[in-house]
Structure formats: structure tokens, C-alpha cells
Design a binder for this molecule. Structure first.
Ligand code: SF4
Ligand code: SF4
Length: 342
């Protein structure tokens, strides 16, 4: 959207729609009180989720980052070093690398190496096709050698739905990449190399049961392609960025929001990922989650908002900055980077 100069590429244009008072949608903060808590507040930071850049070799229709080959935002080595300093000073156990395609950051391997030297678990949100792109052929081996957990979107176990959302030919390339990862030991029960897949709906509806869908994926992918993986995460499409654009263009915005609100689940809301995850933008700015990052909703309420000013005590007591998009995390079985939350 940014490349085409579309107004919805701007965070404040998206927020204008989400906060439009002419609608009758209840404010998320009021609904959240159904959990029994007064306000959404963070606890112990268990995961540092780092967006190392918006550049990507794909241009998926639902991408909440609006990522693509034309995006130039990239995390510098200096900002990565701030992240490493934070890890050294804290007991944060996991680092979740996102993008764009995280592998496209020129310092990706160095960063993973340094995090592993600090003995932290590394997760990489790989889009799979990058592992077969020119110049990236050895990245799968690199990740296996460093025991990196790989989490990859595969919107469906059939080519047509996946290609519709992620682009022509993406499904076949993804299957080929999973085959290679399986050969390296990923996705198998008897190795420590974890490969998780992510489902998200190809349209304006909520995901089905994570458990049931995982069984379907495992059966179909094994039967049709001989490939295996560990866990399936179902993720609800957030009404922001390219998916918001789709909702408006297709006339589904109001009904989708109403569906999310009607499906508000207090148990899912109590486990939203912002309670235990802190998100770092490509430029080092801090956010409650990747979605707030894309909406440029910076931390406030007295919490430091840049990685260089990291203060674990303040961050672990911070009030989370919420908005109407938070309904996307709390509908039905809930949604997070680790799948359902209820
Ligand atoms: S692969 Fe991921 S980051 Fe890249 S365009 Fe698709 S959804 Fe966005
Ligand atoms: S959108 Fe972000 S801030 Fe809102 S509930 Fe989800 S994770 Fe938390």
C-alpha cells in the first residue's frame, strides 16, 4: 500500500477508521472489564519480539506489516546491540525475530549468533520461500545448526487458498522448503528442531478450532507431500493494514468488527501476548505488540519507549496501549503469535 501511495498505508488513517465514533462498537477497554481486571496490564517479559526490518520477498494480501521488496526499513547492528545489552541484563528467555523476511536483514546471522552466545531461545518467523531464494540457500542449515525454532505461515494445506493470499507459486515453494527442513531434522518428534506452521483465514471469518485443524494439516500434508511439522497455530486476521483495506474494499469491515466484538472471550483476553511479550521496532522503538507497532501506538504511561532506555521494572508494570484492533486478539479462542490463547 505504501508503494502505491494509498492513504491506508498511514497508521493514523487506519486509526481514524478503527476509532470512528459514528459506529456503535463498544470501546475495547470497557469490554475488557468483563475479565474481572480493570485494565490490560503487562506482567513479566518472557519474550522479546524484534522486528528486524520490513523488507520481504513476498507481498501477501493480509500482511499487517505492509512488507515487500520495496520496503527499506531495516534494523541496524547498533540497534541489535541494544537488544543484546538488554538480554545480557535480564532473564528474558526467548527472542522472536520477525520482519518482513527477517533473513533479509544483512546482519541476521550475526544477530542470531550473538543471541545464542547468551544462551537464549531464538524463534524466527520465516516465510519459507526465502529459504530457497538466491543467496539464502544456506540459511536453513544455519538455523538448524543454531537450533532456531522456525514458525511459518501456511494459510492452508491446499495450494489454491495459500496462493490466493500469498501469491502464485508460494505454496509449492513452501512445500519444497518444508521438505528441506524435514531433511535437516525439523518438525520430527525425535529431534529438538521445532517447525510450527501458522493458519490464518483467507477471508473475513474467524479461525476454526486449532486442535482439529492441526490434525487436518498433519494428515493432509503427510499424505499429499510426505512432510511433517510440530504445532499448528491459528491466528485471527487483524483489522489493520492490508487486511483492513480488504475489509473496506469488500464491504466487510462493519460485519467483521461486529463478529470480533460479539465473540469477545474473557478467558482469551486474560492471556493476550502483550502481557508477556515486548515488541521492538526496526528502529528500536518499543511497543506492546507487533500490531501496535504497525499502528505506531508507542508505549506511554511512563514506560520507556526505546530499547536503549530499557527499564525492566517499569516495563513489567506497564499499562498496555489498547485500541479497537485488540478485539482481533480476544475473539473466540483468541489469537496471538503463538496461536489460540483460550
Ligand atoms: S511473508 Fe510475511 S512479512 Fe512478507 S509479505 Fe507475507 S505476511 Fe508480510
Ligand atoms: S492487539 Fe496488541 S495490545 Fe491489543 S490485545 Fe492484542 S497483543 Fe495486546
Amino acid at each position: 500500500m505504501k508503494a502505491f501511495g494509498e492513504s491506508l498505508a498511514l497508521a493514523n488513517e487506519q486509526l481514524k477508521i478503527l476509532n470512528d465514533n459514528s459506529t456503535t462498537f463498544p470501546h475495547f477497554d470497557d469490554k475488557y472489564k468483563l475479565t474481572g481486571e480493570d485494565a490490560l496490564t503487562a506482567g513479566k517479559v518472557e519474550i522479546l519480539q524484534v522486528n528486524v526490518g520490513k523488507m520481504c520477498n513476498q507481498v501477501c494480501k493480509h500482511c499487517h506489516v505492509d512488507a515487500g521488496p520495496d520496503r527499506k526499513e531495516i534494523m541496524t547492528k547498533e540497534t541489535m546491540q541494544y537488544c543484546l545489552d538488554v538480554l545480557q541484563k535480564t532473564a528474558i528467555a526467548k527472542v522472536d525475530l520477525t520482519g518482513g523476511a527477517p533473513e533479509m536483514n544483512p546482519n541476521f546471522k550475526w544477530f542470531v549468533d550473538e543471541i545464542k552466545k547468551l544462551d537464549r531461545h531464538v524463534m524466527v518467523r520465516s516465510n519459507l520461500t526465502i529459504l530457497q531464494a538466491n543467496g539464502f540457500e544456506d540459511y536453513a542449515d544455519f538455523m538448524a545448526k543454531h537450533n532456531v525454532e522456525i514458525i511459518s505461515s501456511l494459510p492452508y494445506y491446499k495450494a489454491s487458498f495459500t496462493d490466493k493470499q500469498r501469491g502464485d507459486g508460494v505454496f509449492d515453494k513452501s512445500i519444497a522448503a518444508i521438505k528441506k527442513l524435514n531433511e535437516l531434522g525439523y518438525g520430527k518428534d525425535n529431534t529438538a528442531l521445532t517447525l510450527d506452521l501458522v493458519y490464518n483465514p483467507v477471508g473475513a471469518f474467524l479461525p476454526p478450532s486449532q486442535h482439529q485443524l492441526e490434525q487436518d494439516y498433519k494428515r493432509e500434508l503427510l499424505r499429499n507431500f510426505g512432510i511433517v511439522f510440530n504445532n499448528l497455530y491459528t491466528i485471527t486476521n487483524m483489522p489493520i493494514s492490508r487486511f483492513l483495506d480488504y475489509l473496506i474494499e469488500s464491504g466487510n469491515y462493519e460485519s467483521y468488527m461486529q463478529k470480533l466484538i460479539d465473540s469477545f472471550n474473557p478467558s482469551a483476553a486474560l492471556n493476550v501476548m502483550c502481557k508477556f511479550t515486548l515488541s521492538v521496532g526496526w528502529d528500536g522503538a518499543l511497543f506492546d505488540c507487533d500490531f501496535n507497532q504497525m499502528l505506531e501506538m508507542n508505549l506511554n504511561h511512563g514506560a520507556p519507549n526505546h530499547i536503549r532506555d530499557f527499564d525492566i521494572t517499569k516495563l513489567e508494570q506497564r499499562r498496555i496501549i489498547t485500541g479497537q484492533h485488540c478485539y482481533g486478539c480476544t475473539a473466540g479462542a483468541g489469537s496471538s503469535c503463538g496461536g489460540a490463547t483460550a
